[in-house]
Design a protein around this ligand. Structure first.
Ligand code: NI
Length: 390
């Protein structure tokens, strides 16, 4: 019997768990019921459970044999602050909260693997099953690390996985090197001097200054980043003014900066501040830039990416593994774990189904058909990284 057959025999339970979690989504660092659900199941499988890292984080520890080798498998548990527009029976019961990114499925795939590994114990070493809170912009992985994740659970390598609607259902996307971008946020407060719209010469119009800053910011990537590198600067919000005949005192611009290389990130941050401050000064206004760094780039180490691709091929066949998957400018806080340990983050395709719409869409749903595939990948990853000597 293959791993996929054996895990597939428990598909029914996994669907039930997944739909339960989908109906009861919880936001970043508030995954109390979800963490309890995970901890209770791990304990029922006979797995040692550690709770409390980053508040709602859960780590299951499964030891077998004498080997000191170890592997970390990580899933995320949080939902998004959005209202679901699906009407099926397992739709969110909480307006304003939705598993719109499939973290319900991620949690269940790792639980499915945990059950299999606890039952079969066909490995020699330690498997750390890491269920993290707050992946969606709140840095749950960073907080777990700050609170000693890798001191208490010293994994040789860590692995992450995300469902991916842009890839065909049941295929894997893998790539060595950067796969997701560093995601920074900025807010620029442009202050001029408000007054009457009919007498602009008596004031300093911050709207005109903001317009120049936005236009000049378009050159940060086109003229400032090596054309063979990749980056994005987007001004996504403009706030200023109240009516047609009043020039406001100030305007606020907000947006995001995405990059793969630390040197590029540094250059874009400095460039944005320089452009905003200098242009404002040129018009007699001021600009104050609040620049906040988010997740770093998600960078897969070459050896682990190759290993992950070969394991994925054993689950779905070589033709269903894309080893040159296109990187995404989206962000992923598993990046913090990859800064500490070698490892690999893969995409599991779930496109083509009735609900293959994009992540974070109010009609999104995780595709239950891929639960055994993802769980089998996790299980085989552990068995292959920690092979038995006999
Ligand atoms: Ni996600």
């Amino acid at each position: 019997m293959t791993v996929l057959d054996r895990i597939g025999a428990g598909h029914h339970d996994m669907i039930e768990w997944r739909r339960h979690l989908h109906a009861h989504p919880e936001l970043a660092f508030q995954e109390v019921a979800t963490a309890a659900f995970v901890a209770n199941r791990l304990a029922a499988f006979g797995i040692e459970v550690h709770r409390g890292l980053a508040g709602t984080g859960v780590v299951g520890v499964l030891r077998q044999g004498q080997s000191r080798r170890s592997i970390g498998l990580r899933a995320d548990m949080d939902a998004l602050a959005m209202t679901e527009h699906n009407s099926f029976a397992h739709a969110s019961q909480h307006p304003g909260r939705m598993h719109g990114c499939g973290h319900d499925g991620h949690t269940v795939m790792l639980l499915g693997a945990a059950r299999y590994l606890a039952e079969t114990r066909n490995f020699d070493g330690t498997v750390y099953l890491i269920f993290q809170p707050a992946e969606e912009g709140a840095g749950g992985a960073r907080v777990m690390i700050e609170q000693g994740l890798f001191d208490h659970f010293p994994c040789d390598a860590v692995f992450g996985m995300h469902n991916w609607p842009q890839l065909p259902l049941g295929t894997f996307g893998v790539r060595a090197g950067p796969v997701m971008a560093a995601a920074d946020q900025f807010e620029i407060l442009v202050t001029g001097k408000g007054g009457h719209g009919a007498m602009p010469h008596l004031g300093i119009d911050p709207i005109v200054v903001a317009a120049h800053i936005i236009t000049a910011a378009q050159t940060l990537v086109s003229r400032g980043v090596d054309p063979v590198d990749t980056a994005a600067v987007s001004v996504t919000m403009i706030e200023g003014g109240t009516t047609f005949n009043v020039i406001p005192d100030s305007v606020t611009l907000s947006g995001t900066v995405r990059s793969f290389r630390p040197a590029t990130q540094e250059r874009l941050q400095r460039g944005l501040c320089r452009i905003a401050e200098s242009i404002a000064a040129a018009f007699g206004a001021t600009a104050r830039v609040d620049y906040r760094r988010g997740s770093p780039a998600t960078v897969n180490s070459a050896t682990e990416a190759d290993f992950a691709a070969s394991v994925a091929a054993r689950v779905v066949g070589d033709v269903n593994v894309r080893r040159d998957a296109e990187p995404s400018m989206g962000a992923e806080d598993f990046a913090f774990m990859l800064e500490c340990r070698p490892g690999c983050y893969v995409w599991l395709g779930q496109g083509g189904g009735p609900s293959s719409c994009m992540l974070h869409n109010p009609h999104y749903d995780f595709q239950d058909q891929i639960l055994p595939i993802g769980a089998s990948y996790w299980a085989l990853l552990a068995e292959s990284a920690l092979p038995r000597g006999d």
